[in-house]
Design a protein around this ligand. Structure first.
Ligand SMILES: NC(=O)C1=CN([C@@H]2O[C@H](COP(=O)(O)OP(=O)(O)OC[C@H]3O[C@@H](n4cnc5c(N)ncnc54)[C@H](OP(=O)(O)O)[C@@H]3O)[C@@H](O)[C@H]2O)[C@H](O)CC1
Ligand code: K
Length: 503
């Protein structure tokens, strides 16, 4: 897991690193500078003019160091250092001194008035005005400068974080006074704000660059936010032992489908079967029998009394666990049957789609859901459950509270899906792609998580690993069929390869 720290915690990690590595602050900056230049070189040739904007703190120190290293490599660079208060951090002052050692460097230090340079689409701006030390929204001259840079056609690359953007909560920020970068190269871990859809316009494409941090400081510094890596998922899975049988791997019950939405049941069931489950029974309205038995001979079918939708809670004794929701519909009889079903279960279940919509309009059911159950809402479904939010950040905080209050695991689906556990932790998966924004994709995720839960994985593990495998399958499907050409069924077809890649 990569820990995602609040920006103020980074300072503590820096301090610990400087004291215990030991490494001098100026050398830490130089590491950041080298990491940035190594990445920058891969994207921008010497054909571009590089215009560096540096601030007074260590983000500015990075910027001045980057200017120096790029000049050493014969890039054409001009540098503006903004120093309205006349104070530079020690590392910034030292990097200014080192930069000025270079003959004929084009360097301007601005104390008050500033006439901005003309910037064309061939220029690349390096934004090193403010980094993790930003402590209030930009105003005055800095706000004007940021607005000017944004108004030009120049490409913008931000150091660590776009200037003006906070690392976490931007609800109170002035949205016009934030650099709109094309790329952000950030140090050691993504900032939480990078994972919010509303900030994509500022962050652009982002990449984490590793610089030395003391491992003990990283290990000891607490956080509630984590980025899941392939290695984390690889070690979750136990090898399947030779002397095992289908009973070893659980018997899942999927309650899904209604007339016109039977495909959701089929997709979810297919994904569940491809996730290593021992047996799967699908509880369906009568109209789904032929389709399910034909499309998925591996699945067993348990028929509802009704022809078109779910009306009678099945006996759950034979099953290890159950998943409810894909394509279920929202009939009153379905709500009653769901209520009955939730009253009968005691072990964690997976709830998705219409199961969540029914719960949103019949909140009593919420109290009947077994603790540590997994809910997989997309943003609109979550808003129906917990009330509307003005931003993804606000929704995330609500999802954390909701998960803690109801002792559930909330999988908030989005470009970067957040898994919020009842302990208040959030696990992010950043694999997957916009090709997965297609009908049935969520049904597939429900099936995967159900399959893992039935095999006995802890609910939070099943949720995290399920989301990761789903995203990996999505990336494999996009590689084969393209983001536009892929459909949800391709995710199921790619699941086997996803397991092979991850484990
Ligand atoms: N481990 C790492 O990740 C490393 C990161 N590095 C780089 O260092 C910066 C963080 O540097 P820091 O000096 O802490 O902060 P900033 O450069 O962002 O600037 C802070 C100064 O800015 C002033 N400030 C804050 N908000 C505003 C504002 N809205 N308007 C004007 N001025 C503002 C603040 O001073 P005040 O006294 O006015 O509050 C600070 O002086 C990190 O982002 C990386 O780029 C290192 O290179 C090494 C390790
Ligand atoms: K910056």
């Amino acid at each position: 897991m990569i820990k995602i720290f609040a920006t103020e915690k980074v300072k503590d990690i820096d301090k610990y690193t400087i004291l215990n590595m030991p490494i001098a602050p100026i050398d830490l900056v130089e590491e950041a500078v080298t990491a940035f230049v190594n990445e920058f070189r891969n994207h921008y040739s010497k054909m571009h003019r590089i215009v560096v904007f540096a601030g007074q703190g260590n983000n500015g120190a990075d910027a001045l160091g980057i200017a120096r290293q790029l000049l050493d490599e014969s890039y054409k660079v001009i540098v503006y250092l903004f120093n309205p208060t006349g104070y530079l951090s020690p590392e910034c002052a030292e990097n200014k001194r080192r930069l000025l050692n270079i003959d004929q460097v084009e360097f301007t230090e601005i104390r008050d008035n500033f006439i901005p340079p003309y910037l064309s689409s061939r220029d690349v701006v390096i934004d090193g005005l403010f980094g993790s030390g930003l402590n209030r929204p930009l105003s005055g001259g800095f706000a004007g400068l940021v607005k000017y840079i944004n108004s030009t056609p120049a490409e913008i690359v931000s150091i660590d974080i776009p200037s003006g953007l906070f690392g976490e909560d931007n609800r109170e920020n002035d949205k016009d006074c934030i650099i709109r970068a094309n790329k952000t190269f950030t140090f050691n871990f993504p900032k939480l704000s990078f994972l919010m859809p509303e900030n994509e316009v500022y962050v652009g494409e982002w990449k984490v660059l590793n610089i030395n941090m003391h491992p003990q400081a990283v290990a000891d510094t607490p956080t509630n936010y984590y980025l899941v890596t392939e290695e984390d998922i690889a070690c979750v899975f136990q090898p399947r032992k030779r002397f095992t049988h289908k009973g070893t791997y659980g018997h899942a019950l999927l309650v899904a489908g209604s007339r016109g939405k039977l495909g959701a049941a089929q997709l979810s069931a297919g994904a569940c079967l491809r996730s290593g489950v021992g047996m799967l029974t699908v509880h369906l309205p009568k109209c789904g029998e032929l389709m399910m038995q034909t499309a998925l001979p591996e699945a067993m079918v348990d028929l509802d009394a009704h022809t078109d939708f779910f009306t009678v809670a099945p006996d759950i004794t034979p099953y290890t666990t159950l998943g409810v929701g894909p394509g279920l519909g929202q009939q009153i009889e379905t709500a009653v049957a769901l209520d009955e079903l939730m009253s009968a279960v005691i072990k964690p279940v997976v709830l998705d789609a219409d199961a969540l919509n029914l719960i949103a309009s019949n909140k009593d059911i919420l109290n009947k859901i077994p603790t540590r159950s997994i809910l997989t809402p997309h943003p609109k479904e979550f808003d129906r459950l917990a009330g509307a939010s003005n931003s993804a950040y606000e929704r995330l905080q609500k999802a954390r509270e909701f998960a803690k209050e109801h002792r559930l695991c909330v999988v908030l689906k989005d470009a970067y899906t957040a898994i919020c556990t009842s302990e208040g932790n959030v696990y992010y998966s950043v694999c997957g792609n916009p090709g997965m924004a297609t009908a049935g994709s969520g049904d597939v995720l429900t099936g995967i998580i159900l399959g893992l839960l039935a095999q006995g994985y802890e609910p939070e593990t099943a949720a995290v690993a399920g989301v990761f495998l789903h995203g990996t399958a999505g990336d494999l499907a996009a590689a084969q069929w393209s983001e536009r050409g892929m459909i949800a069924g391709d995710l199921i077809d790619s699941l086997g390869k996803a397991f092979k890649q991850v484990i």
